[in-house]
Ligand binder design. Structure first.
Ligand SMILES: O=C(O)C(=O)C[C@]1(C(=O)O)C=C[C@@H](O)C=C1
Length: 234
């Protein structure tokens, strides 16, 4: 019978948190689940010991008194959830995740490496959904990753919040694109629409948004262009 305890980490626990981070990450790198880290242990130590515990929740998991895992969450992100390899199978990760769900009832997001199939399955089994995939350009390790979310107790308002964030960017992009559609018109040898060019645009977009596919994207592009040209007449 093992005894699992979760408790908030204080500054005095950060060395133990660091040890969990290093052991867990090393295990994940050995198994190929995570790409090699780009920081050496000393850098990671400096970073962990600099955490401001008033700005994030860090909870330590202890199995029979031994630190074996931790979770670190900001207001809207689960930044870290690590369990040391030799404590696997004791429900430590699940207990930490349940704790964070309780701390963040409005929901939260996290990033997981695409290569980390055990972690992805763990999160999927516990109700998190995959929202975005990247080619890794935006992370330090340059390794493809996936944004996952736990939509909390009110998923409608959680997802609408994320939609509002994307729409802020989409609005800016639509304004920029419409301005370009208008700007190029006087420079065309012949006025009017160019179906071949629109198809090429849709095919290029499909590389970035394969789930929509070129035909749907062609209809979306066509509507954007129609309305952009129309707005020039306002
Ligand atoms: O490239 C052109 O010919 C444009 O007029 C620009 C544009 C666009 O907004 O991308 C608009 C209309 C054409 O059918 C094709 C593309």
């Amino acid at each position: 019978m093992t005894d699992l305890q979760l408790r908030p980490a204080g500054v005095e626990d950060l060395e133990a948190v660091l040890a969990v981070n290093l052991a867990s990450r090393a295990g994940a790198e050995r198994s190929g689940a995570m790409p090699p880290g780009i920081h050496d242990d000393l850098d990671v130590r400096r970073w962990v010991l600099s955490w401001d515990l008033s700005q994030q929740d860090v909870w330590l998991a202890e199995l029979d008194g031994r630190p074996v895992g931790y979770a670190r969450a900001t207001a809207t992100w689960l930044d870290d959830l690590y369990v040391v390899p030799d404590a696997a199978g004791h429900g430590v990760g699940g207990a930490l995740l349940d704790l964070v769900k309780g701390l963040r009832p409005a929901g939260f997001c996290l990033w997981v490496f695409e290569s980390n199939t055990p972690a992805r399955a763990f999160y999927e089994h516990r109700g998190l959904v995959a929202l975005e995939r990247t080619d890794g350009e935006g992370n330090e390790e340059k390794s493809p990753d996936i944004k996952m979310a736990w939509p909390g107790e009110e998923p409608l308002s959680f997802f609408r919040g994320l939609i509002d964030e994307v729409d802020e960017q989409l609005g800016d992009l639509l304004a920029r694109r419409a301005a370009l559609t208008r700007a190029v018109q006087p420079h065309k040898p012949e006025p009017g629409r160019d179906p071949a060019r629109e198809r090429a645009i849709a095919e290029a977009l499909a590389l970035r948004a394969p789930a929509l596919g070129p035909d749907r994207l062609a209809r979306i592009v066509s509507t954007i262009i129609t309305e952009s040209l129309d707005s020039a007449r306002d």
